[in-house]
Design a protein around this ligand. Structure first.
Ligand code: FES
Length: 286
């Protein structure tokens, strides 16, 4: 069945095909990737939380800014102090929120021009919203309620557009979700090819990419698609009993897939593995 086109499709298409943005986006993303090192990388990515940090923080910024605008529109804040407090909280939360977002964007943009461009417009639109709300706060404090109200409505429009693009990046472009959740691997013992000692090898079992490794005399099998942004772990390095992803350096324990270092926020699914009559077989552990 044909997909129903979104009424915003022309807007998304215009953003994603805006090649002019690459002159800024490409070098900026490169600089961000080289500037953010461990342990700041894991802190901003949300590795410590087991979940991407950016969506949690955006709730604070969007929630406070929009609440202030709602008070402006529907009333209930006659002296303007509640709205001013809400905007102040949103402005204070903006810096950490933007940092987590730019960190996530820089890790993702090389795989897709559309992601790079939409992420850049998302950030610029959010910055516009920040400026509008800051001006609204200033007007509020100087007693100009009409100007404060108009600026906060304009800010809400900008943050709505930015939120739409953020949702597009997450839900249409797949930025952020655990990249292993849609192909869990076989639940019965299934033949999985062979693997030489010391060479991480990618095989496909029941449509699931699997990393096979012989290390320190034992066999290990993990989901091969890195939970962070989907790179093949077979392109990475084996360091003792850990595999290090070649893309952004996430480390997973070969024995159980547990996450040893981010920026990934989710562990890597591990499979049971056995060798029978010279053939390797794997199955899911749950
Ligand atoms: S894809 Fe980013 S660490 Fe693996």
């Amino acid at each position: 069945m044909a997909r129903t086109a979104s009424p915003f499709e022309p807007f998304i298409t215009a953003v994603e095909s805006a090649e002019a943005l690459d002159g800024v986006g490409k070098p900026l993303a490169k600089k961000v990737r080289s500037a953010i090192k461990q342990p700041a990388k894991d802190a901003l990515s949300g590795t410590w939380l087991g979940h991407a940090l950016h969506p949690l923080l955006t709730d604070v910024v969007v929630g406070t800014f929009l609440s202030a605008t709602l008070l402006d529109v529907v009333g209930g804040d006659e002296d303007g102090r509640a709205g001013a407090r809400l905007i102040s909280i949103g402005i204070a939360a903006y810096g950490p929120t933007a940092l987590t977002g730019i960190n996530d964007w820089a890790d993702t943009e090389p795989v897709d021009d559309g992601i790079r461009r939409a992420g850049l417009v998302h950030a610029a639109t959010n910055t516009t919203a920040l400026a509008l709300y800051a001006l609204s706060l200033k007007a509020r404090r100087s007693g100009n309620r009409g100007r404060a109200r108009a600026l906060s409505v304009a800010g809400a429009t900008a943050i709505g557009a930015a939120g739409f693009l953020g949702g597009h990046l997450s839900f249409a472009k797949g930025v952020g979700p655990d990249q292993t959740i849609f192909d869990p691997g076989p639940d019965e013992w299934t033949a999985a090819g062979d693997v030489p000692e010391g060479t991480p090898t990618r095989v496909v079992v029941d449509d699931t990419p699997v990393l096979l490794v012989r290390a320190q005399g034992s066999l290990y099998a993990l989901h091969d698609r890195c939970s962070h942004r989907g790179c093949s772990l077979s392109d990475g390095e084996i360091d003792g009993l850990e595999v290090v992803c070649a893309c952004h350096g996430s480390r997973f324990d070969l024995r159980d897939g547990s996450l040893k270092q981010g920026p990934a926020t989710a562990p890597q699914p591990a499979f049971e593995i056995r060798e029978r009559e010279g053939k390797i077989e794997i199955r899911r552990t749950d």
